[in-house]
Design a protein around this ligand. Structure first.
Ligand SMILES: C[S@@+](CC[C@H](N)C(=O)[O-])C[C@H]1O[C@@H](n2cnc3c(N)ncnc32)[C@H](O)[C@@H]1O
Length: 246
C-alpha cells in the first residue's frame, strides 16, 4: 500500500497534461483498448454490458465508462486521483453516475456489488496485483467478470530507460519486473506470466482467456516510442486478461 500517496500525487500532477495529450486518442470512439487503441469489437474481451453493474478500476477521465454507460450499464468509476476524477466529471455529459475516490488496494464496496470489474492500464497496473486482484474478486458477484489490460512482460523487459523507448534488446530481468519506479516515489507494477496466473487463481478466479492485442502494421503507439516502429506487431506489448468468479 506504500505507493498510494505517491501515485495519487503523480496522477494529480500529470492529469491535465495527460488528458491534453491522450484524451483525443482514448476518447476517439467507444471501447478502445490500450496503447494502440484496438477496438473491443476486434478483441471481444468485454461482451454485452447492458443492464450490468460495472466498476472501472482506475478510470482516469472515464472514456471507457462513458461508452459503457451509454450502452446501458450501471457504471461506477473509481480513481485514486482527484484531478483525474475532476477530468471525468467534466467529461461526463448529461448521463451522471458515481465517481468514487479510492484505491484498487482497498475497494470501498461491499462484496457481490458488481457483474463486471475492468480497467485498461488502470488500477491493476498501478496497485500491487496481489492486493488489487483479491479486492476485485471480492466485490464481484458469482459469475461476474474481471477483465483488464496491462503492459506485457515482453514490453517491460525490453524497455530501455535511458533511451525512453522499447527496443529489441532485453534490458530488465524478467524475474525482477515486479515494481517499476515512475518517479517521485510513484510505482507501477508488473508480474511474470506465472505470477499473474498464481494471483488470479489465488483470488478464486477462473482464467477464460489471455488476449494478446496485436496492432495492425502502421498503427501508432500513442504512449511510447518503439524501435522498430512495428515492435508490437511482432511481439506482444499488452496482456488482456479475461476471468470470471465461479
Ligand atoms: C493510465 S491511467 C488509465 C485510465 C484510462 N484507462 C486511460 O487510459 O487514460 C491510470 C489511472 O490509474 C489511476 N490510479 C493510480 N493508482 C491507482 C490505485 N492505486 N487505485 C486506483 N486507481 C489508480 C490513476 O489516477 C490514473 O487515472
Amino acid at each position: 500500500m506504500d505507493s498510494i500517496p505517491a501515485n495519487r500525487r503523480l496522477w494529480n500532477r500529470i492529469s491535465s497534461a495527460y488528458q491534453h495529450e491522450h484524451d483525443p486518442q482514448t476518447g476517439a470512439t467507444p471501447r478502445l483498448w490500450g496503447m494502440y487503441s484496438i477496438p473491443d469489437a476486434h478483441l471481444h474481451a468485454l461482451g454485452d454490458v447492458t443492464g450490468k453493474r460495472v466498476l472501472e478500476l482506475g478510470c482516469g477521465a472515464g472514456q471507457w465508462s462513458r461508452a459503457l454507460a451509454a450502452e446501458g450499464a450501471t457504471v461506477v468509476r473509481l480513481d485514486l486521483s482527484e484531478a483525474q476524477l475532476a477530468a471525468a466529471a467534466r467529461a461526463m455529459g448529461a448521463a451522471r453516475y458515481p465517481l468514487v475516490q479510492g484505491a484498487a488496494e482497498q475497494l470501498p464496496f461491499a462484496a457481490d456489488s458488481f457483474d463486471l470489474v475492468f480497467c485498461d492500464f488502470g488500477g491493476l497496473s498501478w496497485a500491487p496485483p496481489h492486493l488489487a486482484v483479491p479486492q476485485a474478486a471480492r466485490v464481484l458477484s458469482r459469475g461476474g467478470r474481471l477483465v483488464f489490460n496491462v503492459a506485457s512482460p515482453w514490453f517491460e523487459a525490453c524497455y530501455d530507460e535511458a533511451a525512453s523507448r522499447v527496443t529489441t534488446t532485453l534490458q530488465q530481468d524478467y524475474f525482477g519486473l515486479s515494481t517499476i519506479a515512475e518517479g517521485d516515489g510513484a510505482t507501477s507494477y508488473q508480474l511474470t506470466y506465472g505470477d499473474w496466473v498464481k494471483v488470479l487463481r489465488g483470488a478464486g478466479l477462473i482464467i477464460d482467456d489471455l488476449i494478446e492485442p496485436r496492432p495492425e502494421l502502421g498503427t501508432p503507439n500513442g504512449y511510447n516510442e518503439t524501435d522498430p516502429p512495428d515492435w508490437a506487431h511482432r511481439w506482444p506489448a499488452e496482456l488482456l486478461w479475461v476471468t470470471h468468479k465461479p
